[in-house]
Design a protein around this ligand. Structure first.
Ligand code: PFF
Length: 453
């Protein structure tokens, strides 16, 4: 028997509402800002290939497992893991999985919000016409001057955190559905506009080649770990975001089909973003490995040159902010839901507390681009450290533990009951993946990185 039929926080109005919300969580800065620069830094095709394999072998099975756990537990990830481990007579320590997820969510949002702040500031740059006819050097200078100013970054980081916490305080169920229903198709259209521009510039095939011709000599431990981390990050897995959205999913909806739809949408947006960006990089002789600045140094060139660039550019950055917004809501929802369940706080109070803590931690990222730029640990700034710790370690580890819990600690009958998959062959295939292939694969990559194998 499932724990409860609905969550105290509410339920999605339909399966489509869940798909939209989960896609809203998955599609974000990770697809449009991070995927291209990670691919650029890690050798293009080789990275993309491993990334796609990670989505199929780790991402999809774990997404199904996470949604299933959420729907069975019907509470915040912390309480879901607690309740399920009791019900399944598993060890109490499984509750810690919920905690590490909440921590990962706060840490990710702390820097995610700063980057979303950059996008906000580019909305203004674009609408004011300052990207018109901009040269590569000028675009670089514009970006440098933005990140050099702690006050400007704090301002935008604050605006974005307030935007996020207002939605979370009001409850995520109502607003998200409407927002994402229009956001996704519009974002897709604008990426297609960019691709059309890239094609018209005549360097499209260079971009395609860069992304799809894997140079296997480029694969090393870092590429493996980054591609795996990026798969988890992009699908919002391993920290309870998808779990809590699953807890608002109705009992009838098919977990397998919904997860597949979300993973497909997310992956398509990332690939299309890459196809839009790399041709512009090559056409302007820019560096593919320039890191976090990549889209901010390339897209203004495209918008600055194309007809109607002010409108398209503004729309694009507005949509990027929206995409980041719907993701950031899911990053903090587990923490807020837990405070409401555990401490009986109102959503408003819980949101203020979580929002403030996250905002404060975010200052570390703000300063890492300017006054603390030279403070590094293991050769990484605060931002790099937070990103590495969460994306490459916490999320895959969370995913690994979810696979072990679902595959080994839960009773088969509970899992089968909750998954309710009508096709027995697909169910067995998923079970095989979640018990053996997924956990062993993630573990091997970890062991490889620490040098044991
Ligand atoms: N998936 C989001 C993106 O690609 O931008 C980021 C994210 C959201 C990561 C929620 C993790 C998460 F739990």
């Amino acid at each position: 028997m499932p724990t409860k039929n609905t969550s105290i926080h509410g339920e999605w109005s339909s399966r489509l509402a869940f798909i939209l919300a989960a896609a809203g969580s998955a599609v974000g800065l990770g697809n449009i800002w991070k995927f291209p620069y990670m691919a650029g830094e890690n050798g293009g095709g080789a990275f993309v290939l491993i990334y796609l394999a990670c989505i199929a072998v780790f991402g999809l099975p774990i997404m199904m497992a996470e949604v299933m756990l959420g729907r069975r537990g019907r509470q915040s990830p912390i309480n879901t893991m607690k309740t399920l481990s009791q019900q399944e007579s598993a060890h109490k320590a499984w509750g810690l999985l919920g905690w590490s997820g909440v921590l990962a969510g706060v840490l990710i949002l702390s820097y995610y919000s700063v980057i979303a702040g950059w996008s906000l500031s580019y909305v203004i740059e674009s609408v004011s016409g300052s990207l018109k006819g901009i040269s590569g050097t000028q675009a670089g200078e514009l970006f440098e001057s933005l990140i050099a100013s702690p006050l400007t970054l704090i301002f935008w980081h604050t605006v974005f955190m307030v935007m996020t916490m207002i939605v979370v305080a009001r409850g995520v169920i109502g607003g998200l559905e409407v927002a994402v229903r229009y956001l996704m198709p519009s974002l897709l259209i604008l990426i297609l506009v960019l691709i059309a521009y890239s094609v018209s510039q005549g360097h499209f095939m260079l971009g395609v080649e860069f992304m799809f011709t894997p140079d296997f000599s480029k694969i090393n431990q870092d590429v493996l770990l980054s591609a795996m981390g990026q798969a988890f990050f992009s699908l919002s897995l391993g920290m309870g975001a998808i779990m809590i959205y699953g807890s608002y999913l109705s009992q009838q909806a098919s977990i397998a089909k919904t997860s597949f739809a979300v993973a497909l949408m997310d992956t398509s947006v990332a690939i299309l973003a890459g196809l839009a960006i790399f041709p512009i990089v090559f056409a302007n002789h820019l560096d593919t490995g320039q890191g976090a600045a990549l889209i901010f140094n390339t897209l203004p060139l495209a918008f600055g040159q194309m007809p109607g660039g002010v409108i398209f550019g503004t729309l694009f950055f507005v949509l990027l902010v929206f995409a980041a917004w719907t993701s950031s809501i899911s990053l903090i929802e587990p923490a807020v839901a837990w405070l409401v369940e555990r401490r009986g706080l109102t959503r408003i109070k819980a949101s203020i507390i979580c929002g403030f803590v996250t905002w404060l931690v975010g200052l570390g990222t703000v300063f890492s681009f300017n006054i603390w730029e030279t403070y590094t640990m293991f050769d990484k700034t605060v931002f790099d450290l937070l990103d590495y710790l969460t994306t490459n370690i916490m999320l895959p580890l969370g995913g690994l533990l979810i696979a072990v819990f679902v595959g080994w600690s839960m009773r088969e009958s509970s899992v089968r009951d909750e998954m309710a998959m009508s096709n027995p062959v697909l169910y067995q295939a998923w079970r095989l993946l979640i018990r053996f292939v997924t956990p062993v694969g993630v573990l091997l990559i970890f062991l490889n990185v620490i040098g044991i194998i």
